[in-house]
Design a protein around this ligand. Structure first.
Ligand code: FRU
Length: 490
């Protein structure tokens, strides 16, 4: 047996035991994708292939902490219900076999019926990591074989640096193109390559870069057409609260340059990173992000409360991406999520004051809630929701109407409480809406019709199940409120 197969089998045997131990964890997500056990980070290789959605992900099956990266694999008919498949890639070769490296992020394409993965092999040489781009492919969509000519891009170009990773590949006019994240002199970059066969690659230059305003290194770049424009998304390092940036503009295939026109945030949350998109058969552009982040878990920390349960990391819900008239993007929950809806509550036209109003949704741990506030009947400066609350704990999601901000306060959420995150919000019009999606340990918030989004994790106690409408500095008037219990999806 070759070394790759041997490594995959060993990882599967380990996972078989680990998943039994992790199955009962109380923070396990009910309707978001998460690994059976172990660690996950970035979504990789998203593709709609032969009628199914394929999801690969950065995976350490051996422990609920980051480590030698494998590619986990799952498929779904609807982006909501996922089937776990055998691990697709394991570190095994001189170019990807490294405890603090492995098979790093990348993408998937349909190469004449073969499901083909392009990933970053991260190996070690003289104490530092060496990143190259590699291929693996499969005839049955399950078993992947690494290409014997790997790496297919063996060195970073003069415009880049040793940070040279996360290839996203697409086809245009009969040629393959790859955008790869890199950096130089403290500026994040997206580098462009072209190939006729995925094996021999020609460097085409810097597609786009930071002018000093957009971070020091661009991880996980993704570029895709939308309407008559292109969107470039990436996860910048060194840009404070801004973890997932998008640029909308034009891509000139002749010069290999992207010209940006507008800019925004895919998600303002503390825990949303490395999003990747795919186009599916219905013409939609779907984005999936890792519902976690690096900031709160540097190596010397403990990787958070779910570690005790034998897992760490999940994906945020699938969202559609749409381009609006002013060049900004709007993100909406994929409609397939509606299949998870259970008992419903619907209220219309009512007011409440400083004492708030109690609500009920399922067991208070897994639900969707949308509330539309009527500005003309509202005197309050802040309106919103208190979630997962009890005498001891609470999580606040607020629209600050005065300062035009979305505010997420998890300073009293429970374990690993994480302070307050704010971002600017438009909050225009006669009504403003707040839409929240709650799962065992995550909250995703949409406002401004999906133009402002924020995702954060919380770790409340089992008994923290209260939900309340709240307001501050006056009274609030609600035009409509709809709420469903959600899930589970397995
Ligand atoms: C982003 C990232 C990628 C890298 C991967 C390693 O979260 O740092 O740049 O390929 O994670 O797991």
């Amino acid at each position: 047996m070759d070394e790759h197969r041997a490594r995959l089998e060993r990882a599967e045997r380990f996972l078989d035991e680990a998943k039994k131990a992790a199955a009962e964890g109380r923070y396990r997500q009910r309707w978001h994708f998460m690994p059976q056990a172990g660690w996950m980070n970035d979504p990789n290789g998203l593709i709609f292939f032969k009628g199914e959605y394929h999801l690969f992900y950065q995976f350490n099956p051996y422990a609920p902490v980051w480590g030698a990266m494998h590619w986990g694999h799952a498929t779904s008919p609807d982006l909501v219900h996922w089937n776990h498949l055998p691990i697709a890639l394991a570190p095994s070769e001189p170019y990807d076999d490294f405890e603090r490296g492995g098979c790093f992020s990348g993408s998937a394409v349909d190469d004449g019926g073969r499901l083909t993965l392009i990933y970053t092999g991260t190996a070690e040489s003289g104490g530092s990591s060496v990143q190259t781009q590699c291929l693996a492919s499969s005839g049955n969509g399950i078993d992947f074989w690494k290409y014997s000519g790997n790496p297919v891009i063996g060195h970073f170009p003069a415009d880049g640096s040793a940070d040279f990773r996360d290839p996203k590949v697409w086809k245009h006019d009969g040629s393959w193109y790859a955008v790869i994240g890199s950096s130089q002199d403290g500026r994040g970059k997206a580098l462009l390559y072209r190939s006729a066969d995925l094996k021999a690659w020609e460097y085409r230059g810097v597609l786009a870069q930071s002018d000093g305003d957009l971070g020091t290194m661009w991880e996980c770049p993704d570029i895709f057409p939308i309407g008559d424009k292109y969107v470039l998304m990436f996860s910048p390092m060194g840009l404070g609260d801004r973890k997932t940036v998008y640029l909308v503009g034009d891509l000139d295939y002749g010069t290999g340059k992207f010209h940006r026109e507008t800019m925004g945030e895919v998600d303002w949350g503390c825990e949303y990173y490395a999003p990747q998109t795919l186009a599916d058969g219905s013409g939609r552009r779907i984005v999936l992000g890792w519902q976690n982040g690096w900031d709160w878990m540097p190596w010397w920390r403990d990787f958070g409360p779910t570690r005790e349960e034998g897992w760490c990391g999940s994906l945020a819900m699938p969202r559609t991406v749409e381009l609006e008239g002013d060049g900004r993007l709007a993100f909406s929950p994929a409609k397939e999520l509606e299949s998870l809806r259970g008992n419903r509550l619907h209220l219309e036209d009512f007011s409440y004051g400083a004492s708030g109003r109690e609500l009920e949704a399922g067991d208070g741990k897994s639900f969707e809630l949308e509330v539309e506030f009527d500005r003309s009947g509202t005197t309050a400066e802040t309106v919103g929701l208190m979630l997962r609350c009890s005498e001891k704990h609470r999580t606040l999601v607020l629209l600050d109407l005065k300062n035009r901000e979305l505010v997420f306060d998890r300073s009293a959420s429970g374990r690993q409480a994480g302070g307050v995150r704010r971002c600017r919000a438009e909050l225009k019009g006669g009504t403003v809406s707040l839409r929240v999606f709650v799962d065992s340990c995550s909250v995703e918030v949409f406002t401004d019709g999906g133009r402002t989004v924020m995702s954060n994790n919380i770790y409340p106690d089992d008994g923290d199940t209260g939900i309340r409408l709240v307001c501050g500095g006056g009274g609030a008037r609600v035009k409509s409120l709809r709420c469903w219990e959600l899930g589970p999806s397995r």
